[in-house]
Design a protein around this ligand. Sequence first.
Ligand code: MG
Length: 355
Amino acid sequence: MVGKSDVERIKVMHGAGGTMMQKLIKEHILKYLSGSNAEVPLEYLDDSSVFNGIILKSDSYTVKPLFFPGGDIGRLAVAGSVNDILMVGGEPKALALGLIIEEGFRIDMLDRILRSISETSKEANVNVITGDTKVVEKGSIDQLMLNMSGIGLRHKFLDRNLDVVKQYYGDRVYRWILDRNIMPGDKIIINGYIGDHAIALLSVREGLGFQIDVVSDAMPLNRVVNEALRVGGVVAMKDPTRGGLSNLLNEWVDKGGYGIEIYEESIPIRDTVKNACEYLGLDPLMLGNEGKVVMAVVDEMAEDVLKAIRSQPGGENATIIGEVTDKHKYVVMRTVIGGYRVVPPPIGDPVPRIC
Ligand code: MG
């Protein structure tokens, strides 16, 4: 007989975007659900999947608190789902909203969240066209949870972008922008400061006792991605959400089969965020972001892509933070003092319920 303590149970870390979540997905979810004939199937574990030319994405939002500096669960949901469609080279076309509401939730707060969904959708040039509403008994969930699913179509600049890639990589043909596409020599670009979202949330959580001036970066990245693809040369794109930059880069190394070197002094981190991380014992590389994109770009095109991104809202602080290498198969950081250290994937995002 199996004793009570032998039964494996889900822990918070299983949903925290690190190695524990990867293990849960690979050993349980993929075990039953992989094997479709989708062009970009579930088992690629990319930001979205592609079926019959349609990009499909589903994402749920459990952020706590529901309102935070720089945003709320509604803005987060639109940005999160739209960004994942953009990341594979898609143009977001329509959204589906699932609302799960705890009995007793204030209707004026629901209105605020729906207004925010409407405004952020306009910003992302997309509409919510279907949905579902459920109310559950008091105590069975914490206030409100959202599911935001979406569809997209091939981005109008995707083929143009891939033509530029082809000029440098020849026969290596890409159909979509996928994690596995990274190639030695690619430059790694990020569109701005990391850690703002997680630290903004922590600053308003009860009991932490620190006040700082930082707002969430939650935003749809249509314009930044449009400009990058218009210039061309982008081979991989991913948003550093749960698990942050370190999880993202380790996924690229895993799927792409090459190493990545990043330069500590180039990684944009605000002093306020750096200080908060020191105070709380957190690694900014592992913190989740909701308005950031990391791109692997053909070396020769990197400066042009960078310039284009910087001209867009959300891209002003874009910078090159590293490159792909065939010298090893790790994520390695060249530190400010000139040493090197391996950047491991996080076990899970150290800050739960940030998205
Ligand atoms: Mg993503």
